[in-house]
Write a new protein. Structure first.
Lengths: 114, 113
C-alpha cells in the first residue's frame, strides 16, 4: 500500500522568501502525486500533479514541484511567497492500479510573515 | 462550470443520534465521488468512493455508511453518532477517466457532544 509523509508540520517564512515543503512517498509501483492547499475552514484546492515526463511540474500561483524517484520525493517549491500563501499544504499519492484510493500526508502549515 | 455543494454547513449533534450529510455536483455527468474525514488540525482520511450510481466502495468505514442514490448525489450517514465522528467532512469529485484532479466541496463541520 502507498504511504506519504510530510516531515515538517510547520514552516514559517517571511514574505518574499523562497520556500520548499517536503513530501516523501513509499510505494513499489507506478503512482500519481499531487499537492493541494487548504485555507483555514475551507475545502482543498488543487495545486499540481505528476505522473510521468518532466519531473518538474508547474502549478497555479507560481508553485512548482519536483519528482525524484531516487529520493522517493515530490517537494513543493515557490520562489517568492506572499502572505496569502499562508495555509496548510497536503501531498497526496495514489497508485495507478487504483486511482480512486488516495492517501494524503499529514499536511504542512505554512505561515508567511509580513 | 461544475459546482459542488455540501449540506449542512455545520452541525452539532448528540452522541447516539443519527446523521446524514449530503453532497451534490452540478454540471458534470458521471463523476467519481469521494468522502473524506478530517480531524481538527489533522490529515484527510478517505472514507468512501463511488464511480457509478448505486455503487459505493469503502476505504475506511469508521461506523459510517455512504450511498449514491443519483448520479450527482453522494450521501454519508450513520444511525448512531460517536464522539470520534467530530471533525470536518469533505466531499470531492473527479472525472471518470484515469487519474484526474479531485475537486473538493466547502465541507461540513460536525461536532458531536
Amino acid at each position: 500500500t502507498q504511504t506519504v509523509s510530510q516531515s515538517d508540520a510547520h514552516v514559517t517564512v517571511f514574505e518574499g522568501d523562497s520556500v520548499e515543503l517536503r513530501c516523501n512517498y513509499s510505494y513499489g509501483g507506478s503512482i500519481y502525486l499531487s499537492w493541494y492547499i487548504q485555507h483555514h475552514g475551507h475545502g482543498l484546492q488543487f495545486l499540481l500533479k505528476y505522473y510521468s515526463g518532466n519531473p518538474v511540474v508547474q502549478g497555479v500561483n507560481g508553485f512548482e514541484a519536483e519528482f525524484s524517484k531516487s529520493d522517493s520525493s515530490f517537494h513543493l517549491r515557490k520562489a517568492s511567497v506572499h502572505w496569502s500563501d499562508s495555509a496548510v499544504y497536503f501531498c497526496a499519492v495514489s497508485a495507478t492500479s487504483n486511482t480512486n484510493k488516495v492517501v494524503f500526508g499529514t499536511g504542512t502549515r505554512l505561515q508567511v510573515l509580513p | 462550470a461544475q459546482t459542488i455543494h455540501q449540506w449542512p454547513v455545520a452541525e452539532i449533534k448528540a452522541v447516539g443520534s443519527p446523521l446524514s450529510l449530503g453532497c451534490t455536483i452540478k454540471g458534470k455527468s458521471s463523476p467519481n465521488l469521494y468522502w473524506y474525514w478530517q480531524a481538527t488540525g489533522g490529515t484527510l482520511q478517505q472514507l468512501f468512493y463511488s464511480i457509478t450510481v448505486g455503487q459505493v466502495e469503502s476505504v475506511v468505514q469508521l461506523n459510517l455508511s455512504a450511498s449514491r442514490p443519483k448520479d450527482d448525489q453522494f450521501i454519508l450517514s450513520t444511525e448512531k453518532l460517536l464522539l470520534s465522528h467530530s471533525g470536518f467532512y469533505l466531499c470531492a469529485w473527479s472525472s471518470d477517466w484515469g487519474q484526474d484532479t479531485q475537486y473538493f466541496g466547502p465541507g461540513t463541520r460536525l461536532l458531536v457532544l
